[in-house]
Design a protein around this ligand. Sequence first.
Ligand code: NI
Length: 193
Amino acid sequence: MDDRLIPAAIEYIRGLFEGNSGGHDYGHSMRVFRLAMQIAGEEECDRTVVALAALLHDADDHKLFNTKDNANARTFMEGHGVPAGTIDRVCEAIDSVSFSKNGLNKPGTVEGMIVQDADRLDAIGAVGIARTFAYGGEHGRSLGSSIDHFHEKLLRLKDGMNTATARKMAESRHAFMVEFLNRYENETDGTGK
Ligand code: NI
């Protein structure tokens, strides 16, 4: 792999998400990238595909960009000489992570599984708590309805992790959310809803 490729991808997403805040932004993409590489270190996989898919996984997010067929990700990779076969595998991984494209189905490749795990790890723990309230505020939701989101979705993510490495990493993040919810309930006595 050309070692200028990953720094170039980081610069690309920095520009792409400029001005965005909240859930899907540059910070999220970078955290997913770091988590994915941490998991990839423990799994048999193509690290280039994992790195590119992690960095570019929200580059064509339909809530932010009006693109088709991962056009942003593809254009970036084509412009940086990534082989066509690799581009396809990166896009396959990205699609398998996307809830709107793949629903709750498990990704079909280990690279997709790793990026999905990293994306989900970033949805739980301290960062997950911060993102949930940031998103809730952006969408005019009450604190109570953000709290519901923990019970409906975030507390379930730990058991759905694909890789053993991510499952282990999820433990302390999960425990911290449970502790947070207990305290929240104690402090509000349910009146926060
Ligand atoms: Ni994401």
